[in-house]
Design a protein around this ligand. Structure first.
Ligand code: NAD
Length: 328
């Protein structure tokens, strides 16, 4: 016997394919594109499953209100907005759609890299403002430049392949992927201390956890070439913000493209100062925001829920999986 899921609450504007797939398997769906915390607390006791994107916070309070809740699905890569420990303690499973938006995040990364190299955004803004400014927006080619890819997961690997096609020298670092796993398909594997002085561009594609928080800090930036450019479509918190601002102001960092922030939307004065810096190109967490990815994440979560209903399915709470992995 699989999980008994009769009714699913789908919130945060998950695409209609999710509901279509669930409905076609006789699972009832209540869709609320936008939901307040109070509405969520009121609605959640009626459902065995909840599907969220990133807007709704699935806190301990929400999980406790979900008296019938068996599984929470995150239509996206991370599970940052779900209290995984609290879910585990209540035996509620947490699932996500990790691969569905990898290509979208990769393409944004590549776009930001080129935009930084060619000053596309400030140049376009100047022209819209009526200023024909050519000299100050002379850029650099990415051809022949060195790109350090940190994190060789679903997104990092795709970035490595595409930027290699632009003629960049791609270096990569990932302590959890064996050095001989992919040959040099995804860049030349290198230790960090060797990589920092060589990189013209650094792009971050690892998860945010205790070992990656503030991964790029003043100590790292000091080892880099003057004018190094940094792209973060991974997670806010991977770069130490105070150190980044200092390095932007001194010119040690020549440009940064940031799609993710420690707090979103950003309100901290330090983050806002970084965003306003002339050499910073910031986007409002758009990595997964493509039509294709939004369809894919909804489909992937719906298909996983349908599979869970099938006989013989057992769902290990994610908190338990995390504990097992930490012990290994
Ligand atoms: N901006 C967005 O909208 C957006 C979209 C998709 C993914 N993301 C984020 O991008 C990141 C990468 O996503 P993914 O789907 O490729 O994840 P993934 O799990 O497939 O890959 C992450 C990789 O990081 C590696 N890693 C872990 N710790 C590391 C460390 N200390 N140093 C170097 N590498 C390390 C892992 O071994 C893994 O290979 C995640 O943080 C994800 O949340 C953001």
């Amino acid at each position: 016997m699989g999980l008994e899921i009769k009714s699913v609450l789908v919130v945060d504007g998950v695409g209609p394919r999710c509901a279509e797939i669930l409905n076609s398997h006789n699972i009832k769906v209540t869709t609320k594109a936008k939901i307040t915390k109070e509405e969520l607390l009121k609605e959640i006791p009626n459902h065995e499953a909840l599907v969220v994107r990133s807007a709704s916070q699935v806190t301990k309070e929400v999980l406790e209100a979900g008296t019938k809740l068996k599984v929470v699905g995150r239509a996206g890569a991370g599970v940052d907005n779900i209290d995984v420990e609290a879910a585990g303690a209540k035996g509620i499973g947490v699932i996500n759609a990790p691969g569905a938006n990898a290509l979208s995040a990769c393409e944004l990364t590549c776009g930001l890299t080129l935009a930084l190299a060619r000053h596309i955004v400030p140049a376009a803004a100047a022209l819209k403002d009526g200023r024909w400014e050519r000299a100050q927006y002379t850029g650099t080619e990415v051809f022949g430049k060195t790109l350090a890819v940190l994190g060789l997961g679903r997104v990092g690997r795709e970035v490595a392949v595409r930027m290699n096609a632009f003629g960049m020298k791609v270096l990569s670092y990932d302590p959890y992927v064996p050095v001989d796993a992919y040959g040099e398909d995804y860049g030349v594997r290198m230790e960090l201390n060797e990589m920092w002085p060589l990189a013209d561009y650094i792009t971050l594609h690892m998860p945010l956890n205790d070992s990656t928080r503030n991964f790029v800090d003043a100590k790292v930036l000091k080892q880099c070439k003057k004018g190094v450019k940094i792209i973060n479509v991974g997670r806010g918190g991977l770069i130490q913000e105070r150190d980044l601002l200092d390095a932007l102001q001194s010119g040690q960092v020549g440009g940064a493209a940031l799609d993710v922030f420690e707090k979103e939307p950003p309100t901290d004065p330090l983050t806002l100062e970084i965003i306003k810096h002339p050499n910073v190109l910031a986007s409002p967490h758009l990595g997964a925001s493509t039509k294709e990815a939004q369809v894919r994440v909804g489909e992937e979560i719906a298909e996983q829920l349908v599979n869970l209903v099938k006989p013989g399915t057992y769902l290990t709470p994610l908190a338990e999986v995390t504990r097992i992995l930490k012990k290994a």
